[in-house]
Design a protein around this ligand. Structure first.
Ligand code: XMP
Length: 425
């Protein structure tokens, strides 16, 4: 391993991630561990240079105040204890943190993407040997970066499966095939399952039912593809560090379950490969960029798993789905031209299942409205709307009503979250 490391032991702080990020920003790698990790486990980490016991308000678990084990204090590595709850003064300021990391622990600032990639390639080759790895490649940032990293490490031993469920944005399935199969030489199975998904979804209005159908069908298609293959031992997943930290260390109150391809049947048993599980989102993007993935893949805005399925409101129909896809492509194109790509957190179009009256070519029209949603947020729990420039809105509106079939009206959604969620379904 090339990079030095500082371990953060979670003694109930709410700022473990922030601290890890601060240390990484200094060029030193850092990971978060539960408070009761053993000294032996820590000592076995050959690149560990120092330990921070990160105390805070959640330091009582099951009625008992928690602490690190005595062996950790005596393990021979530099240890410092912080407590964010009781006294602000005991929080290390940046200068003290730097001093601890560089002067006391004698870390080198050697955490960078190239070293991370080199280390991961070495670890992946060791873990996988000459076996095969399966990956569900959606084309999202995380699965794309996992694929690129695995291609670098094990080449043809990686088998990617791209399921086109018909609910992806314009150009996405084509881009996945072009980048991974043609440019990176990956073994890529492309499953055209558009009709299968749309048939299953026909007439289904309830958003949660739609989500369930899309999720379950995805697993089914992926499982069918997996069964056709021989000799796969590993399943790669795009799990990233916030998924792990948020799923709860022992003191963490936020519990979310994160499964990328959860729900595979028991007889399909794979060992997991999760090479991004210690990276924050911006580091995943930097990794993708260092691996040569195109910018519009690496800096993609968030996109829900059920895709355009929850933006074609109510029962999905092919005409509205196509109109959502086309209008979304226009919106993205114009936002990119206006320099807003990567600046506005999420922007997309959706189509309600109600028509409105209009006039087109001197005749009455009765067609779909397109709604534009553009929001900014830190954590998607609350969001504010983008104060879009009127001239840009005019331009997008004109393009949508002239270029998209079946649409006669464009609206801008001015609702913050709360009260509106980001998606409409
Ligand atoms: P809401 O609509 O809840 O969205 O304000 C918050 C963020 O979550 C995304 N989202 C989803 N992502 N599967 C996903 O993977 C889903 O079913 C889903 N629903 C919403 C949404 O796009 C926004 O970024």
């Amino acid at each position: 391993m090339k990079q030095n490391m500082i371990a953060i032991l979670d003694l109930g702080s709410e700022e473990n991630s922030a601290l890890a990020r601060e240390i990484r920003a200094m060029g030193v790698y850092s990971e978060i561990y539960p408070h009761d990790i053993s000294a032996d486990t820590l000592k076995a980490m050959s690149n560990l240079k120092g330990i921070i016991l990160n105390g805070g308000p959640n330091n009582v678990v099951d009625g008992v105040k928690i602490d690190a084990s005595a062996d950790v204090y005596a393990c021979g590595l530099p240890v410092v204890a912080l407590n964010h709850a009781t006294s602000k003064c005991s929080k290390l300021d940046k200068k003290d943190l730097k001093e601890f990391v560089f002067d006391v622990c004698k870390c080198e600032a050697n955490w960078n993407m190239q070293n991370f990639i080199d280390d991961q390639v070495e670890l992946l080759r060791k873990q996988i040997g000459d076996k095969k790895v399966l990956l569900a490649l959606s084309g999202g940032v995380d699965s794309s970066v996992v694929a690129a990293l695995l291609i670098k490490a094990i080449g043809k031993q990686l088998v990617c499966v791209h399921v086109n469920h018909g609910l992806l944005r314009k150009g996405e399935p084509e881009q996945v095939v072009k980048v991974f199969r043609e440019e990176l030489g990956a073994t890529l199975i492309y499953s055209d399952s558009v009709d299968r998904f749309l048939d299953k979804l026909a007439g289904v209005e309830d958003p949660e039912k739609k989500r369930k159908i899309i999720g379950a069908e995805f697993i089914r298609v992926f499982e069918e593809e997996a069964r056709k293959l021989d000799g796969i031992d590993f399943l790669a997943q795009g799990t990233i560090y916030p998924d792990i930290v948020e799923s709860g260390t022992k003191t963490n109150k936020i519990v979310k379950s994160h499964h990328n391809v959860g729900g595979l049947p028991d007889d399909l048993k794979f060992e997991l490969v999760e090479p991004l599980k210690y990276l924050f989102k911006d580091e995943v993007r930097a990794c993708g960029k260092a691996l040569g993935l195109p910018d519009d893949m690496v800096y993609r805005q968030p996109f829900p798993g059920p895709g355009l399925g929850v933006r074609c409101l109510g029962a999905i129909t092919r005409d509205r789905l196509e109109a959502v896809r086309e209008s979304d492509a226009i919106l993205r194109e114009e936002f990119a031209k206006a320099g807003l790509q990567g600046k506005v957190w999420q922007y997309f179009t959706l189509i309600p299942d109600t028509k409105s009256v209009g006039v087109k070519d001197n005749a009455r029209s009765y067609e779909w409205p397109v709604v534009i949603r553009a929001v900014n947020t830190i954590d998607a729990m609350t969001a504010s709307i983008e104060h879009i420039d009127w001239a840009l809105l005019d331009k997008i509106t004109k393009r949508i009503i002239t270029e998209v079939k079946g649409v006669n009206r464009v609206c801008y959604d001015c609702t913050p979250k709360p009260t509106g969620t980001i998606e409409w379904e």
